[in-house]
Design a protein around this ligand. Sequence first.
Ligand SMILES: Cc1cc2nc3c(=O)[nH]c(=O)nc-3n(C[C@H](O)[C@H](O)[C@H](O)COP(=O)(O)OP(=O)(O)OC[C@H]3O[C@@H](n4cnc5c(N)ncnc54)[C@H](O)[C@@H]3O)c2cc1C
Length: 437
Amino acid sequence: LGLKVSTPRSYKLIILGASGLVGSSAFYQASKITCKNSSSPLLHQAAQVLGLDQYPAGHAAGSSHGESRITRLAIGEGMEYVTLAKRSHVIWQEVEKQLSGDFGKLLNIKSDNQTGGLIIGPASEKGEASYHGSAGGFLQQSKMIADINNVKHQLLSNSQLKQTFPQFAFRADDVGYCEDTMGYINPDACIKANLALAKQHGGELRDNEKVLGFSQCADGKIKLTTSKAHVLQEYFTDKLIIAAGPWLNNLVETQNLQVMRQTVYWFRVRPEAREDFMPARFPTFIWNLDSKNIIYGFPLMVNAEAIKISTESYTTVTTPESVDRTVSAEEIACIHDKFIKPYFPAVTSQCVKSQVCLYTVAPKWRFVIDFHPDFDEKIIVASPCSGHGAKHAAAIGEALAQRSLLSKSDIDVIELFKGLELRVIEKESAQLRTRFA
Ligand SMILES: Cc1cc2nc3c(=O)[nH]c(=O)nc-3n(C[C@H](O)[C@H](O)[C@H](O)COP(=O)(O)OP(=O)(O)OC[C@H]3O[C@@H](n4cnc5c(N)ncnc54)[C@H](O)[C@@H]3O)c2cc1C
């Protein structure tokens, strides 16, 4: 490692993880706040907010890649998530308008050419159809939360399901919950849009730059040490947001977080059936099969010939560094035999693409959002994780930015999710230099 390249810069807020869904959302919102509060024109002032990431936007090493993430407003995982999802939808729609569609559609929910979303599960309220730690049946829980929160939805009987969605081979006891506000966001486009808006509002982005460690200085500022192209750099900041996704354990010692390997698949649809899998006819869906298995999937994207379908796996605990990023032929065959062949007669065994992605799983499938215990409310650690954080990322990013820069937030995410014990791995720059030299 070489010498430092320049005089250390100082910021009001640094966001670690700016190429992820959460970090990029916080980066945009923080840049907006500092831009609004600044008295001098942006051109004449140094950036007050810095977004850092070890990779550029669009990378596929973490948790936010792969063209689609399910969103919905009746959050069966728990009532406390509903405000976040609702606020996130508003933010994505505002972002779309601000950028005049330059990044395509970020939020895809029911419209003239979109079907909305469908949760499928057994009619009886059985805990065996639980999902992400929901109490009892996920479908019934979603319906209950929709009723309380006035989320527009419809229940479909088994025969209505078969009639409306012949693309699925439903089982005899399946029923459906349809929500107009269920659909998907495009995470890659959301991140790029966030970064574009952060830049417009004066935020400074430095990617391909890895944060090696952070520590508290005598004057109360936080010092970060980074490495870019093997050159060490230091930054100082009043506040820090750590949105490191599955890398969180490298920076903060958490007692309870496990990184789990997930795989996603794109299976070819028979050419004559493709029209039936287009968004106008085919819903974004979650299907609770039994106590251990769910499958979820999306309609065909524009010009695509294969639909993205996946399940969840809680068997392989791993790290971003050691995870096997290749999906094997055996895995593909197994997914096809177990989850595609029995349930989607018009989907073939040809897998045109597959990806590995990482869940960071917290106890009870909750999120980790809290102040770092050793930094006097100067650092917020934020991992809306456990496989269902994407749909809340926009609102969480806004709340993190507000809390860091304005000392309070419209939605108190820390009150909602605090309490997972965090412990620091403090790394002094001197030690780092030795270790990474
Ligand atoms: C297969 C899959 C399907 C999912 N489906 C859904 C869904 O349908 N609906 C839903 O709501 N959620 C879903 N999720 C969950 C959701 O995608 C995640 O909760 C969300 O993407 C987490 O974003 P993040 O910003 O916290 O993490 P990431 O996107 O992983 O971002 C973390 C960032 O931090 C950076 N970073 C880490 N360490 C350092 C360092 N030392 N220095 C610099 N940069 C660093 C990384 O490079 C990365 O860019 C799914 C997740 C997976 C994997």
